[in-house]
Design a protein around this ligand. Structure first.
Ligand code: CA2
Length: 145
């Protein structure tokens, strides 16, 4: 089973600012955590981060025929990007949307998600554990489909 984990803009800055919103752990901590989860669950994962919308679209397209599932935190592009929504629909790979913070209790513009419209599930407000839960959800979904 192969899962692609995609993170959008500024996620690579985690732990540097706004620890009250996103926690004090760094992006390197997140990468290491997910590598550990994958090893424990016997899942192959690839992790990708970009600050560029087109690169995220390219990566989703490249996943077609190569990955069984996608975990995606499109970060700010969640709330703006029809291109990412269309790419997820185009490849039709089961996807789970993750947000570290509870976007529903923040500004109104963060309560709109385009990417989420193409996802099986959205996990928000659980910090880094949301990514772990997304991987476990996809594992279960893919094994029982
Ligand atoms: O809660 C989430 O996971 C978000 O996707 C994070 C995005 C934000 O734009 C979304 O609305 C919710 C932001 C990513 C990280 O941004 C940073 C900002 C300051 C310092 C470090 C990271």
């Amino acid at each position: 089973m192969k899962i692609l984990v995609i993170n959008g803009p500024n996620i690579n800055m985690l732990g540097i600012r706004e620890p009250d919103v996103y926690g004090k752990n760094t992006f390197a901590d997140l990468l290491a955590l997910l590598d550990r989860v994958a090893a424990e669950e016997n899942i192959q994962i690839e992790q990708y981060q970009s600050n560029h919308e087109g690169c995220l679209v390219d990566k989703i397209q490249e996943a077609y025929g190569r990955f069984d599932g996608i975990v995606i935190n499109p970060a700010a592009y969640t709330h703006t990007s029809v291109a990412i929504l269309d790419a997820l629909k185009a490849v039709s790979i089961p996807a789970v949307e993750v947000h570290i913070s509870d976007v529903d209790s923040r500004e109104a513009f963060r309560q709109i998600s385009y990417a989420g419209l193409a996802c099986k599930k959205t996990i928000k407000g659980l910090g880094f554990d949301g990514y772990r839960q997304a991987i476990l959800y996809l594992k279960d979904f893919l094994q029982n489909k």
